[in-house]
Design a protein around this ligand. Structure first.
Ligand code: ADP
Ligand code: MG
Length: 234
């Protein structure tokens, strides 16, 4: 998935004057690129990722998505402005094309590791045998084949993030967004989780954007951008 950000602005209303967070980001992100986003706390990184993930809308400016990926044997291409989609189409676009990994794993506590990975399929109906097979292979891919019946509370922090990554991959997204995915982890585990994200993005050709505070980990990405004064600078 290729992204084009054009003069992207975001401000939040407050009782006084609006709080301006993003002041005009213009940037192209090529399909398959891996991008690390750095910047101090409160600089607008999550705001940006939420907009790129279509969970929030910009105040002005736009983000468009161009996808030429093959899906189910059909090669399609098209430019999408999520602000122009109906709520239903937007939800389906997001579910089909975008995977999220958050700082807190956001796994459902009452579901096993395997069931959590299957969740994106359950959300859009029922999970088939091939969905279950795919969830199992993803569990294997993230190194947790022997943890499939574990509940989140029975997993370590790093293992929970591995499950969250597998869940994000379940619908074969073309854009993977990770907001401080290693923020709650020790340095060694953080390194292995960030490397896993880079590896899976490399294998699948997904575009990956990850927020991190660790410049050494950021150095492994194709591009490092820093949020400063509401824009991204190289
Ligand atoms: P970061 O992820 O870089 O720490 P955020 O994007 O979370 O920064 O927040 C940027 C600024 O916007 C912060 O000052 C925060 O308080 C403010 N902010 C974030 N979300 C909202 C919201 N929903 N309403 C009002 N202000 C917000
Ligand atoms: Mg944040």
């Amino acid at each position: 998935m290729q992204l084009q950000l054009s003069n992207l602005c975001k401000s939040y209303p407050t009782p006084a004057e609006p709080l301006v967070v993003l002041t005009g980001i213009t940037l192209a992100i090529a399909s398959g690129q891996t991008v690390a986003i750095l910047g101090p706390s409160g600089s607008g990184k999550s705001t940006l990722l939420n907009i790129l993930g279509t969970l929030d809308a910009p105040t002005s400016g736009e983000v468009t998505y161009e996808s030429t990926t093959e899906k189910n044997g059909v090669t399609g291409s098209g430019r999408i402005d999520p602000c122009k989609l109906s709520a239903t189409d937007l939800a389906s676009f997001r579910a089909r094309h975008i995977g999220f990994v958050f700082q807190d794993h956001h796994l459902l506590p009452q579901l096993s590791a395997l069931e959590n990975i299957l969740l994106p399929r359950l959300a859009s109906g029922s999970a088939s045998k091939s969905d279950a097979d795919r969830a199992l292979s993803l569990l294997d891919r993230v190194g947790l084949a022997n943890r499939r019946t574990h509940l989140p509370a029975q997993l370590s922090g790093g293992e929970r993030q591995r499950v969250a990554i597998a869940r994000a991959l379940m619908n074969q997204p073309s854009l993977l967004l990770a907001d401080e995915p290693t923020g709650n982890l020790d340095p060694h585990t953080a390194e292995s989780i960030m490397q896993l994200l880079l590896d899976v993005a490399g294998e699948t050709g997904e575009t990956l954007l990850a927020v991190t505070h660790n410049p050494a980990l950021a150095g492994r990405f194709d591009t490092t951008l820093t949020m400063r004064d509401g824009i991204l600078v190289t």
